[in-house]
Design a protein around this ligand. Structure first.
Ligand code: SAH
Ligand code: SF4
Length: 363
């Protein structure tokens, strides 16, 4: 898989910017000014960084450097206010990033809608790779295969581009980030974690307002637990036993439910934190009451909650969406056993922005 070297300044941390300033014989505070301009101020090009001397800016440009924000190529707006962005990287590859005003239907917190009539609250769903290698059978992104990893700058860049497009004031508005777009974040672990640190230290998101979802890359779940700065953890469970999980998520043959549950059980949770388990309900496959009872057994000793998602259908997906009453019956078995379970409302389904529907539809 080809790796792209990031040509821009966006994606560099303070240390790396300091080295650039040093190389240009600039005082240390120039690096701080660069950092402030790129992250909290979200400026799109060197010309608009008026705090820097013209000469220094010119020297950077001469080296071929620019801020390097990714470009919004297209917007698809849904009837429910969701916006799906097609975002182009410097090599022309595109990913999708989704803006969900008024919360996210439960990814972040207690499963309730975030509330508020204005969009003073919103969630941005961010991609971590161009395509995905994991090949879950119910997911449209899987059909793309994996093209490449995104750099840290390209991951942060999606957020910055959308914040600018929505004219967000980070001081006034409450925003969440979910790393639940295209790709498997834990198969692009270093870049993903660097992006997280830049979002926290630079752009101004508290780590408690971010959630990353993994399909179950067990060794990286362990690493993630040891990170001093980290988002909350969500795990795509999607099946109640190895037989079904092997069929719908081939990675289960490598990291099976026993290994996954052990890692979840050992995961060092912070005060009041829970692991979220996502469970996509596929009609007649994993959505029977007996499956719900198996899920209860799996999760019994883990401080967690469950987000149930009725399949969002799509071309080439062989599964069907269960009826609502089946979804409710499944939910009831979990909640009656003391496991908080929420049904996630599909967002932007009409524009293919819902879970598992992100796929580059326009080149
Ligand atoms: N790759 C990561 C994060 C992105 S997917 C992961 O799989 O966890 C985000 C969520 O969408 C996952 O929980 C996944 O199980 C779910 N999903 C995938 N395809 C879906 C579909 N067609 N309908 C509903 N949810 C889907
Ligand atoms: Fe990749 Fe997640 Fe889709 Fe599975 S559900 S193919 S891990 S994006």
């Amino acid at each position: 898989m080809a790796e792209l070297t990031q040509p821009g300044l966006l994606g560099l941390d303070f240390k790396e910017l300091s080295r650039i300033a040093q190389k240009h014989r600039q005082p240390e505070y120039r690096a701080r000014q660069l950092f402030e301009a790129i992250y909290p101020q979200r400026l799109a090009n060197l010309d608009s960084i008026s705090t820097l001397p013209r000469q220094f800016r010119a020297a950077l440009k001469e080296e071929g450097l620019e801020v390097g924000q990714p470009r919004i190529e297209k917007r698809f707006e849904s009837a429910d206010g969701t916006i799906r962005y097609l975002i182009a990287m410097s090599d022309g590859e595109t990913v999708e990033t989704v803006w969900m005003p008024e919360g996210d239907g439960g990814e972040m917190g207690d499963g309730s809608d975030a509330g508020g009539t204005d969009w003073d609250r919103a969630t941005i769903c961010v991609s971590s790779q161009v395509g995905c290698a994991v090949n879950c059978q119910f997911c449209l992104t899987a059909q793309l295969g994996i093209k490449r990893n995104l750099t840290a700058g390209e991951i942060v860049g999606q957020v910055v581009a959308v914040l600018n497009d929505r004219d967000v004031d980070m001081e006034r508005q409450r925003l969440n980030i979910v790393f639940m777009g295209m790709g498997e974040p834990f198969l692009n672990y270093e870049n993903f974690m660097k992006a997280v640190r830049l979002l926290v230290e630079g752009v101004g998101f508290p780590e408690s307002r971010m959630t990353v979802s993994t399909s179950g890359i067990v060794p990286r779940i362990v690493d993630f637990g040891a990170e001093p700065i980290r988002p909350k953890l969500a795990i795509s469970l999607n099946a109640s036993n190895d037989e079904i999980r092997n069929q719908i998520m081939p990675l289960n043959r490598k990291w099976n439910l026993g290994m996954l549950m052990q890692a979840a059980h050992d995961f060092p949770l912070r005060n009041r934190e829970r692991i979220t388990f996502e469970y996509v309900l596929l009609n007649g496959v994993n959505d029977a009451p007996e499956h719900a009872r198996e899920v209860v057994e799996l999760l019994r000793r883990i401080r967690c909650k469950v987000n149930l998602i009725a399949l969002n259908p799509g071309p080439g997906i062989v599964f069907a969406t269960p009826e609502e009453k089946r979804v409710h019956a499944f939910q009831q078995i979990l909640t009656q056993s003391g496991i908080p379970a929420f049904i996630r409302r599909p967002r932007g389904r009409d524009i293919y922005a819902a879970c598992g529907q992100l796929k580059r539809t326009v080149a």
